[in-house]
Design a protein around this ligand. Structure first.
Ligand code: FAD
Length: 441
């Protein structure tokens, strides 16, 4: 009997420590803007480094990584339980060494980087000494990488990159940009036309045109980046030439699940606040929570969250089992599709139950609702992932070549009759005898 929903007691103790630590030590820092100035700022060094040291002492640093990379090797299920807690507070992943987009970028450098690239970028990224950005989407369209236009042309022993990238999160403070560019536009396999590059942000020709904000955010973090005649050496190439799609799948597979794990935390937070309000706020003859339509919103939110959480934990378990994101592609896509809807619905219920306060900028709910839309767009829009789910499912089905399908009830009945011809004969006999006894009455 291998099914088990228990967390091992030793790890549970660590999780309890995490809950308390985030609430008392990490959350207050987010309210005074620590972290916005980047890892090299004085306030970051002063406030965040000591917290990171505590996390390391507790053996909880970089839990998404294997021990050879300085992580704990806990696997995805334990990571999911941790990320649920980290997801409640924006700065927490940074304090625990597992913040996007550095996690995914470090993962592909670990898999595909040369020893020099690892020395220059991987170890500093893993130690949170530098940060990175993933520069893939373009202003002309992000959903279909086959349409990307940014080019990298080989001139002698140098690549020259030209193009524009859109929503490169964290480009503002990044030391290195992971850039997708077309290197082989004539390759017969369209999925082999692009390569990935590690481009230091200070390279001449790299220019951030704007830092775009999400929702009402001031001073955004989404870089609109222009690359004009950016010269990088041949070995700025990350992984084999033409392998950007392959690397992208490795990177985004894990990233999407980690977002989902953190979203569970946000949904749990919204549910907690909703329940807190329902038992506190009075109206007419009782508390909000005494009214059935409020109860319905609370119950629906709880049920959606439980379904989603189990789905996320199951995907995490599948990744641990197969150790190959490709084998879990359908389930990762399914989680990606479920995430924005569950997050939206629960955040919207929490907002609604708080009335005017809920829509105000004194509460986190408008931000949560905006984030739920982000979850449906970032890392590919919902529609694209639904197509993946459906295509993967359909692969396991073979066509019926007959006019009526094999499950057409008359056919099913005919097959059953053939399989159990002796029983059918006995049944006929029984019914004939019964008919005779009824006739005899
Ligand atoms: C907060 C945030 C952070 C991001 N961070 C990064 C980052 O760090 N690096 C990076 O490279 N990118 C990043 N992105 C960009 C993200 O990957 C793209 O926004 C996404 O891939 C969609 O591309 P698009 O915005 O150009 O929308 P479009 O491609 O124009 O699509 C718009 C809409 O069209 C519909 N649509 C598109 N394709 C299909 C289809 N095949 N079938 C049916 N409908 C379709 C969908 O409704 C979709 O939402 C981020 C985005 C957000 C919102």
């Amino acid at each position: 009997m291998a099914w088990d929903f228990e967390t091992d007691p030793e790890y549970q103790k660590k999780l309890d420590w995490v809950t308390e630590f985030i609430e008392t030590e990490v959350e207050p820092l987010t309210h005074i803007g620590v972290g916005l100035g980047g890892v090299k700022s004085k306030t970051y060094q002063k406030a965040v480094r000591p917290l990171q040291a505590k996390v390391k002492e507790m053996g909880l640093w970089a839990c998404h990584l294997t021990p050879d990379l300085g992580g704990q090797g806990y696997g995805q299920v334990k990571l999911a339980l941790l990320n649920e807690r980290l997801g409640r507070v924006g700065l927490a992943p940074v304090v625990f060494g597992c913040q996007a987009p550095d996690t995914g970028n470090a993962e592909i450098i670990a898999h595909y980087g040369t020893p020099e690239q690892k020395k220059k970028y991987l170890w500093p990224l893993l130690n949170n000494e530098i940060t990175s950005a993933f520069s893939m989407s373009e202003p002309t369209g992000g959903s279909d990488p086959l349409y990307f236009k940014t080019r990298a042309e080989l001139h002698g022993n140098e690549w020259v990159i030209n193009g524009e990238k859109w929503f490169s999160t964290g480009a503002r403070n990044a030391e290195v940009l992971v850039v997708y560019a077309v290197t082989d536009p004539e390759h017969k396999d369209p999925y082999k036309r692009m390569s990935m590059f590690l481009v230091p942000k200070k390279t001449p020709g790299v220019k951030i045109l704007r830092n775009v904000g999400v929702g009402g955010q001031q001073g955004g973090n989404e870089g609109y980046v222009q690359y004009t005649d950016v010269h990088v050496p041949y070995d700025a190439l990350l992984g084999p030439r033409g392998a950007a799609f392959e690397l992208g799948q490795v990177r985004l597979g894990g990233g999407r699940v980690h977002h989902a794990m953190r979203t569970v935390g946000q949904c749990q937070k919204a549910l907690d606040l909703m329940c807190q309000r329902a038992v506190s706020r009075s109206t007419r003859d009782g508390k909000l929570g005494d009214y059935q339509m409020v109860q319905e919103q609370i119950a629906d939110s709880y049920i959606q969250l439980q379904q989603f959480r189990l789905m996320v934990l199951h995907v995490a378990w599948l990744i641990d089992k197969h150790k190959d994101y490709k084998k879990v592609r359908k389930d990762i896509a399914a989680v990606k599709v479920a995430m924005p809807k569950v997050y939206h619905d629960i955040a919207a219920n929490a907002l609604h139950i708080h009335g005017a306060l809920g829509v105000s900028n004194e509460m986190p709910f408008m931000g949560m609702v905006t984030s739920s839309f982000v979850m449906g767009i970032a890392d590919g829009p919902t529609e694209v992932h639904k197509v993946t789910v459906a295509k993967q499912l359909l692969k396991d089905y073979r066509p019926d070549n007959d006019l009526f399908p094999s499950y057409h009830i008359p056919k099913v009945r005919e097959r059953a009759r053939e399989k159990h011809a002796d029983l059918v004969a006995e049944l006929k006999e029984e019914w004939a005898q019964r008919a005779q006894s009824i006739d005899a009455l």
